[in-house]
Design a protein around this ligand. Structure first.
Ligand code: DAH
Length: 348
């Protein structure tokens, strides 16, 4: 074996080492040159078959080659390890300056939002917010509200009855029973608003649901007048539907108020000119109201000579439909997120 051959072996080994760019290729290279059956190792083993005078020079050259290749291997191995790591870091880099992905959180149901908006308005006017049972005695739903059994007015509320042997029990068809429950439990002055779910035995269509929500209002004290009612409702309507709203009272009948009124605002879609929403009249009725009937006050033990009061009741779905132009009440209860997600103005 000549020094020239050893020189060629060295050049080939170093060239191939420079071409190895992965840990695998390096391991393969190491086995081929420096492993047990590697070219350098085998040549060292064959030293014994050389002529004695050749051995020292070839032996020294081979040992130098072996050391040279070992240290070149270590350098190369470190280089490859570092560049593999650098590649991985580059590939896995997270750009922390990118905007985050907003997690999908829900929104409040439009009816819940409207209940909060309306009760907020009344809370700022001095009303307390209270709630009552959805399963109600007939006494509170009707009798105490001056709607006796067999009275034709009872048919106005298409009631869902719950079976009971002793007492009439219903799913409340309106929130008015809470007028009685509140007045039974406290003395004037009374100022409450009552949001809640109601039920009626009703054919469902674009403007009727068999369950829906109402907000009841009640104010009772000495010297409460219809002017207070009008002022309070006008302020409420203007906060909810715009400061420029005009308001209208007209006579209406409800057994638990006398006189009874319907309360309307000028149509915010056509500003009173007449359009599809207001049915051409220019006015939109938004609630029923009136002065609490003296018999109702008597039913809760209030002296109608001393106390007067007024009450009102409104449908919440209808308010949402008017405020946002929702054409069909059935949308509220179909659980369709494409509809519901549009009402994301008020955070949870
Ligand atoms: N309870 C009535 C209804 O469901 C609405 C109503 C009208 C409530 C007049 C009142 C009122 O408090 O004074 O149709």
């Amino acid at each position: 074996m000549s020094t020239q051959e050893i020189e060629q072996l060295r050049e080939r080994a170093l060239r191939e080492l420079a071409e190895a760019t992965s840990q695998e290729a390096l391991a393969d290279w190491h086995a081929r040159y420096l492993g047990r059956r590697g070219e350098v190792t085998q040549r060292l083993r064959q030293l014994g078959s050389l002529a004695p005078e050749e051995r020292p020079a070839v032996g020294r050259a081979l040992n130098e080659l072996k050391q040279r290749l070992e240290s070149a291997y270590e350098d190369r191995e470190r280089q490859v390890r570092e560049s593999e790591l650098a590649e991985r870091i580059a590939a896995e880099t997270v750009d922390v300056t990118l905007p985050g992905r907003r997690p999908a959180i829900g929104t409040l149901h439009p009816v819940t939002q409207m209940i909060r908006e309306v009760t907020d308005i009344f809370a700022h006017l001095g009303f307390q917010v209270v709630e009552g049972p959805e399963v109600e005695y007939g006494y509170y739903a009707f009798d105490a509200l001056n709607i006796p059994p067999e009275h034709p007015a009872r048919d106005v509320w298409d009631t869902i009855f719950i079976e009971s042997e002793h007492k009439e029990i219903v799913l409340r068809p309106h929130t008015s029973p809470m007028q009685i429950r509140v007045m039974e439990r406290r003395q004037p002055p009374v100022r409450v608003v009552v949001p809640g779910r109601c039920y009626r035995y009703e054919a469902v269509d674009a403007t009727h649901e068999w369950h829906f929500h109402q907000i009841e209002g009640l104010a009772v004290d000495e010297r409460i007048t219809m002017a207070d009612l009008k002022g309070t409702l006008a302020e409420f309507a203007r906060q909810l539907f715009g400061r420029e709203r005009r308001v209208r009272f007209r006579c209406d009948f409800f057994p638990f108020v006398e006189p009874g009124v319907d309360f309307a605002i000028d149509c915010m879609f056509c500003r009173g000119e007449g359009c599809r929403v207001c049915g051409g009249s220019g006015w939109i009725e938004i609630l029923g109201a009136g002065m609490v009937h003296p018999q109702v006050l008597r039913n809760v033990g209030y002296d109608p000579e001393r106390y007067t009061g007024w009450a009102f009741g409104m449908g919440v779905e209808r308010l949402v439909m008017l405020k946002y132009g929702v054409p069909d009440i059935r949308y509220f209860y179909q659980g369709d997120l494409r509809f519901l997600a549009q009402f994301d103005r008020i955070p949870l």
